[in-house]
Design a protein around this ligand. Sequence first.
Ligand code: DX5
Ligand code: ZN
Length: 226
Amino acid sequence: MEIKFAPSILSADFTRLGDQVWTTRKNGAQYVHIDVMDGTFVPQLSFGDPVIRSLRPATDQVFDVHLMVEHPETYIHRMAECGADSITFHLEAAKDPAAIIRAIREEGKQVGISVKPKTDISAIRPYLSLIDLLLIMTVEPGFGGQAYIPSSTEKIAAARSMFKEAGLDTDIEVDGGINLTTVDTVLEAGANVIVAGSAVYGGDIAKNMAAFQKHFDKWKQENGQV
Ligand code: DX5
Ligand code: ZN
């Protein structure tokens, strides 16, 4: 499957957000991962519509919005309106996941469901054929810079098998603690959309991007994907 790279702006320098995002674009990132946090579903508040709207003209990358909020149904229209291409909500926060999926589709956007580390992966079974993306949290959601939870690997592999058995090649995204040391593990397990926050935005962004790209090229070569 095609590898897509999604640097998370949660770790960016917000005084230079547009320039920093453009640096990831120039260096091969197809997606911008946008963490919307409400201070309730997760402890931290991040940013919302105005920031996303002002960033929209700065790049043509896919805006991959990750909603870490209670009542996700109330965010769908505003996220679509301010520039999201893909909207991912947490299964744990959704009272009626099927209705939220429909609402995202009605906006003409890609649909993602996310699960926290402690949520059993079988919980996504009813939605397999209804989504474009499964986002498996590989840390507890809420903060950048945490360490990858090793038991996530098994979960990614289980999800990939579930999609395969259903005849689907749906994107599996991983988020949290991904760096040059952990990325091979998630790729081998079956993830193909890779989020990285601190490993991209911490330090020299162009250099970090180049290191990831080199790593992906090598992985593709070794796995017959070139
Ligand atoms: C955490 C967010 C992540 C975060 C990842 O709850 O969903 O997207 O930015 O940060 P790193 O890559 O530093 O773990
Ligand atoms: Zn995220």
